[in-house]
Design a protein around this ligand. Structure first.
Ligand code: NAD
Length: 508
């Protein structure tokens, strides 16, 4: 049955891929599809079987300049458009995403290796991002009224200007919408630089936005490598802010690159997130969540719970159950709807993930299961879903973001030690707590140095809530009004009642 569904999906995908192979993916600037200024392209292949998808325009500093100028030209009209009208346009984009959701999911799976079962949801989540911020557009400028004795202060917001959005290759469609939708709702125009390993759905997204009626220049997409196109975007003087999702090291580079033009930055970076399981937890639910939060999305997820901190009293039994579940994971072709784990994004990334198998052994940890590269029908950038045990927090497998289906289990004695281990990394994105003790939930909510904490739950999305990390995991928050704080300037106006005493100088 699932083989039949795989064949059906491959058939549906075939005409979609034809479009990508017939001509290069070009930039989209000022409502025109354009080649790179040098005419250069790079090749894009699928991590499923290394098959050739097509060429992609290799963006230059000149392409970025053209795109930024288009965004600057379009800014005044877009910012002045009534919020209600922007709202309607963003809903039209959401409608079109829903109409195209299957095509987006199929192409994303093929381009990234992500299982279709997750990508179909990611496309719909992309539409939800537009709807949520569409409804906030009419009130985006609202501020506060702050009366004093002889003055009244009121604040108002205005869009900051054209912004640059730089996105990574993990769930690239959904993440792009998470950034572009609030920027547009706020009244900003956009230059988007998608990741070079996953360009396809960025092209579909900008096409959808254009066909939904977005005016020329409001969103421009320039493909290319980070060190050239991305760098030029972060340095461009017309761009007022950079929203970046990617590695911590890249965030650091971007901060330096943007220094001369005083860029405002928003960073969503790496993570090494703990899931802490106490012996008083509902262990069946905890087991489901632990397995889901590291082995779904191929472990290529910033909020994945890549460190299992497990209380000693239950460690042996719980870890054994994790191991049994890992052994049963369905690794396969991502377009097969029953597949739970697909290939990693790229051969280079597979090499990085696989290098931790030796690092784990060298550091004295045990590979309880997995620990090898693998394939499906002799092809693909696969690694076996892996579980490391007998690990300590000082080991590299406990400290570094591996970004694959690889879990490191570490034992702890009591709550104090759990907190110490959880906080003992450079990252601070998310933390997951499993316990039946409500007071402990409150204590850990206070004491964990992470931006987001889920208690007795896997990662659960709520669009108005703040999303982002502490320490090396990021700067700033997305979600609800937090997104507008980034994409907008807050102004204060102070008006006198005209009856206060003004200090008088040089008056006889
Ligand atoms: P990456 O940092 O290598 O690349 C991200 C983007 O930055 C790409 O578009 C790339 O071309 C561009 N880039 C690279 N160098 C640049 C430079 N010098 N100037 C400007 N742009 C540049 O990240 P990746 O490997 O594509 O993505 C995986 C990383 O993203 C992981 O660390 C993951 O944790 C992180 N991530 C974080 C979140 C979050 O919300 N915190 C969400 C998703 C992914």
């Amino acid at each position: 049955m699932s083989q039949e569904q795989l064949n059906e999906n491959l058939e549906k995908l075939s005409p979609l891929l034809a479009e990508f192979s017939q001509q290069p993916i070009r930039h989209f600037i000022n409502s025109q599809w354009v080649a790179s200024s040098t005419g250069e392209t790079f090749s894009n292949n699928s991590p499923i079987d290394d098959s050739y998808i097509g060429e992609v325009a290799a963006g230059t500093a000149e392409d970025i300049d053209t795109a930024c100028n288009a965004a600057a030209e379009a800014f005044d009209d877009w910012a002045a458009m009534p919020g209600k009208q922007r709202r309607e346009l963003l809903h039209a984009i959401a409608d079109a995403i829903v109409t195209n959701a299957e095509a987006i999911a199929l192409v994303e799976s093929w381009d990234t290796g992500q299982p279709l079962r997750f990508m179909s949801k990611a496309a719909i989540r992309g539409a939800e991002n537009y709807r949520f911020f569409a409804d906030m557009a009419p009130n985006a400028r609202d501020g506060l009224s702050l009366p004093a004795q002889k003055h009244i202060n009121y604040s108002l917001r205005q869009p900051i200007g054209p912004v640059g959005i730089i996105t990574p290759w993990n769930t690239p469609f959904m993440l792009s919408t998470w950034k572009i939708a609030p920027a547009l709702a706020a009244g900003c125009t956009v230059v988007h630089k998608p990741a070079e390993w996953s360009p396809c759905t960025a092209a579909l997204l900008v096409k959808i936005m254009h066909e939904a009626g977005l005016p020329a220049g409001v969103v421009n997409t320039v493909h290319g490598v980070g060190e050239i196109a991305g760098k030029a975007l972060t340095e461009h003087k017309a761009i007022k802010a950079i929203a970046f999702v990617g590695e911590s090291q890249t965030g650091s580079e971007i901060m330096k690159q943007g220094a001369d033009t005083l860029k405002r930055v928003h960073f969503e970076l790496g993570g090494k997130n703990p899931v802490i399981v106490f012996d008083d937890a509902d262990l069946d639910r905890a087991l489901d969540a632990v397995v889901f939060m590291i082995y779904s999305l191929n472990g290529e997820r910033c909020t994945s719970s890549s460190r299992l901190l497990i209380q000693k009293s239950i460690a042996e039994e719980f870890v054994e159950k994790v191991k049994t579940r890992v052994a049963a994971l369905n690794v396969g072709h991502p377009l097969n709807p029953s597949t739970e784990v697909g290939p990693l994004i790229h051969e280079k990334h597979r090499e990085k993930v696989a290098s931790y198998f030796d690092i784990a052994k060298d550091d004295g940890a045990t590979i309880a299961i997995g620990g090898n590269k693998s394939d499906v029908d002799g092809k693909g950038c696969y690694v076996e879903p892996t579980l490391f045990t007998n690990a300590s927090n000082s080991m590299r497998i406990a400290q570094e973001e591996i970004f694959g289906p690889v879990l490191t289990a570490i034992e702890f004695e009591d709550e104090a030690e759990a907190i110490e281990i959880a906080n003992g990394v450079r990252y601070g994105l998310a933390g997951y707590i499993w316990t039946g003790d409500s007071g402990r939930c409150i204590r850990l909510g206070r004491d964990l140095d992470v931006g987001m904490i889920w208690v007795n739950s896997e990662n659960n999305r709520h669009l108005p809530s703040p999303f982002g990390g502490m320490k090396a995991s990021g700067i700033g928050r997305d979600g609800g009004d937090y997104s507008f704080d980034f994409y907008m300037e807050t102004k204060n106006v102070c008006i006198a009642t005209n009856d206060h005493a003004i200090p008088q100088l040089a008056k006889s």
